[in-house]
Every structure is written in C-alpha cells, then in structure tokens.
Design a protein around this ligand. Sequence first.
Ligand code: ADP
Ligand code: MG
Length: 597
Amino acid sequence: MANRPKTSEALKVVARCRPMNRKEEAAGYERILEMDVKLGQVTLRNPKAAPGELAKTFTFDAVYDASSKQADLYDETVRPLIDSVLQGFNGTIFAYGQTGTGKTYTMQGAWTDPEKRGIVPNSFEHIFTHISRSQNQQYLVRASYLEIYQEEIRDLLAKDQSKKLELKENPETGVYIKDLSSFVTKNVKEIEHVMNLGNQTRSVGSTNMNEYSSRSHAIFVITVECSETGLDGEDHIRVGKLNLVDLAGSERQSKMGGPGERPKEASKINLSLSALGNVISALVDGKSTHIPYRDSKLTRLLQDSLGGNAKTIMVATLGPASHSYEESLSTLRFANRAKNIKNKPRVNEDPKDTLLREFQEEIIRLKAQLEKRGMLSKKRRRNSRRKKVVDGEGNTEAEGEEDNDDGLEKNMENYLKEQKERLEEEKAAIQDDHSLVSEEKQKLLEEKEKMIEDLRKEQEATELLAIKYKAMESKLLIGGRNIMDHTNEQQKMLELKRQEIAEQKRREREMQQEMLLRDEETMELRETFTSLQQEVEIKTKKLKKLYAKLQAVKAEIQDQHDEYIRVRQDLEEAQNEQTRELKLKEEQDHEPPVLRL
Ligand code: ADP
Ligand code: MG
C-alpha cells in the first residue's frame, strides 16, 4: 500500500434498486431487498433461506432505493465526477446489472420528462452550462458513440456500418479506436442529436432491441478540451475524457436460450463481462502481477478506468423481487469487489495532438489568409484587445463579436467593390482611348474582362475561406461570447441549494459509516468490567457477533468459490468455441481446390 501514489482514489460504487414492476406485483413476488439510504447499505434476504441463514448486507458509497430520483443520483454521485472531467480528469461511469434492472434508465432515462432524464442528458446540460459560465477559457467538446457486440466494435455514428473497428495502442495516450468518428458539438442540442443518431443506429440493426441491448455494451464518449492562459503566461490545454457505459446484462447467458440451443453470441458476450470480472479480481486480490486487460475489447478499451488514470463510478442496478435473488446477489458481490479498486487519476495537461490546438492553428492560418486578402484588419485586433479585459461584461463582448462579423463582410464587400470599380474605370478609359487601333483595344479590353473574372473567382474563394473561418471559430466555445448561460438568478440559487444538500447527505453518510466502524472497535476495546457477570455477558455477546460474522464469511467464501468455478467454466467454454471456429476457418482455407468440369 505504501508505494501507491498519494493521489490514488478508490472506485466509487453505488447501488440502485428499481421499483417493483406491474408484472412482479401481479405475480405477488416478495420484496427481498432493503436499502438503508442514510447508511449506504443494501440487505438481501434469500427467499429460500435455510434456518439460521442470515440476510446479506453490503455497504457502498451510496445506495438509491426505488423512491430515489434521477437528480439525487446525479447531484450526489455523478456531478463531482463531471466537474473533474471539466478540469481535465478522465472519468468513467458504468451501469452494471441484470437486464431489466434499470441500467438504461439510469444512464439515459426518459428524455421527454425532465425529472426522468438520466446521467447522460444531465451531463450534457452540466457540461455546456459550465462552459457558458466560464471565463477566459476556450473549450472544444466532441462526442463519439460505439458499441461492443460479439467482441466486435461498431461505430454508431459512422455512415458505413459494415466496417469493423480496431483497437490500437499509442505509447503516449494509451488504447484508442482507429477511425472512430467523432463530432464537435457546440451546445446541448447538437450533442443530443449525436446521441439520438447513435441510438437510432443501435436499434435499426436489431429485430429485438431488448435482447440485443442485453448482449451489447454501449459506450458514449465525450472529450472536453480546455485552453487557458496559465500563470506562466503560456496557453495550456487540459483534456478530460468521459466514458458513459451501459453494459450488457450481467445475467448468466445460458438462461436466455433453451438448453442445448445456446445462442452463438452468448459465450462471446460472457467473455467481455467475465473479463471485466477477472480484471477486477486481479486488481483487488493484491497478489496478481498480471492484470488480464487484453482478454476482451471492453477491458482493453476501459483499461484506464480500472486501476489507471481515471475517476470511475460503478452503478450496480438491482431488482427488488425474490425471483432475482441469485442475480442480485451476484451483482452485489461484483460491486463489492469493485469497491477495492484503486485508481490514479491525474489532470491531463498539454498532451500531444489535441484537436483544440489543431483548431487554434487552423484559425490562425485562415485568419492570416483573410488578412492577406485585406479581409481582416484592425477590427480583429481591437477584439483581441477586448479579450484581455477580465470580467468584461458579457454583453459588450457579444456585441463586439457581432460587430466584427459584420465588419468581415463589409470589408470584403468594400474591397471587391473598389477593385471592380477600378477595373471598370480602366475598361472605360481603354474604350475612350482613340489613339489605340481597334485590335489593340480589343486585346486590352479582353485582358480587363479576364481580370474582372479573376476577381470574381477570388471573391468566391475568399467567401469560402471566411465561411470556414467563422465555422471553426464558432466551435471553440467561449463563455459569454458564443455560448450563453440562460439560467436566471433564481434557478442558479436553486441549483446551488440542491448541490449543497447533496454534499451534506454525502457527508452524513460517510459519518454514519465511520461511526458504525468505530462502534465495533470500541466494543472490542471495552476491557473494564464492573463484575464477572457483566464480563461474561459482554463477552458472550461479542462471541455471538463474531460467530455470526465467521459464518457469513464462511458462506461468502463458499459462494465465491462456486462463482469462480462458474466463471472459469464460462471462459473454458468460450475458449473451446473459439478454437473450434479457428479450426473450421483453417479447414476452409486449406480445402483442396474444387475440380471444375
Ligand atoms: P436495463 O437497461 O438494465 O435492461 P431498463 O433501464 O430498460 O433496464 O429498465 C427496465 C424497466 O424498468 C424500464 O421500463 C424502466 O423504465 C424501468 N425502470 C428501471 N429503473 C427504474 C427506476 N429507478 N424508476 C422507475 N422505473 C425504472
Ligand atoms: Mg438496457
């Protein structure tokens, strides 16, 4: 432990339970899951418990019961992570759980109802609001959306869906997906549009969306680049990358198909989730020297999020009813193990090859070209002087910008008008020049015509340049200038209050958890007894408590062992299948040429 850097930070794990659904209520299923929101604990009772079998209790960073609101989860747990991403940290949020327990509800929610919007739309709002309120910073936001299905990566934003994407590794920046498309987005509407596009692509390829999404992992990636002048007077760029991950259903895949007719993709999906489980186990057991990230696309892609340079949250989703006991227990165990992962997040400052730097350079290049054509002059400079006015009023800045864009067009118009007028005048002068013979005159006139034509072409080229310049500039977001904050004071106050309350709740819970731990310790430390009788009583109580704990641990070990065997079997099966496929392929490749007559 001692050699870990001071900045190491545990993976945050929270559990969320959805309400009973109508089917479960109609079928009269028992509720077997209880949550203590104040303490951050989940208690799961086995509906077929043997006499004396204890309910199992798990403690997490926070728990959200059936009555919890989307905003509760966002404000308490997610908001701090997004704030970190805006500061240049990497962040990842996973939703893990059985199909039908609320992974997609938690990540996306119901978009049309503001109260039911999930983590993804809330984070869009959060990111762009933050930028609109920022000062003296330039932001560039872009989004990608991909899916892992049957161990293949699909770009949900690409036109050509048949293309399979590959993972590559860069010694500087780590693992990345080659040729993955990404879109620069200037506001909430644009990034929502990107998300919708991807969601549509996702649903088009599948006949049964439910089954499909239960087998695929969807990852929405937002990259936020921010440029700011540092104390050293130099421009610095920080890059935060956010992965929003809706994992495949954690249920055992064999349940899905009938016995013997196991769907082909089952083992492959298992492979990614098994690999995730194995990576987590290897990370937390403290003895593993090898972390098997390379076993699956998912774990390779999210390597940084698991024990690396990222802040990570796992939301374990659960159902409340008795029929999902086994799956709920398995989810809780998985989440419990993940709690022990330590990450080493740091701000990504001045990495090579940022898109923002590329944009800045391109803007400078276009600006120089426009200046050369006489299109941009003093007005721009006046604007850059304005930029230095700290706390300058947003309004004036905005007007300045408008002024400037108008100026660009006016400049161009004037310049062209002048040039054209000059040429026309020269043309008229030639016309009137009686000393020229008509052939000569014709030649000179043609020359002038050509010059006017060239001027027109130049005008077109300049217009294109100006359009490009404006488009590029509009993508670099500057708070109060090309991205405005439309929340009023009252809304801002409410927001702040909500955040304060969330912070308070978090602290209270931490204190409660701390106190619980202390209680157990003090009980062991209370060594003074007033009488022998009392000593016997207290020690008996302690013994009982410890015995119960021992039983729980024993049961846990047995369960973990069973699970280990199950996972290993799954992996072996997956491996066998892959070997079979490989063989088949080899056989096909080596088949003797067919004799054609
Ligand atoms: P998953 O993505 O894990 O398969 P879904 O998000 O699709 O599960 O949720 C299954 C159903 O339960 C959906 O109809 C969803 O609206 C509902 N649901 C899930 N979680 C909640 C919740 N916390 N509150 C209300 N309804 C929920
Ligand atoms: Mg889903």
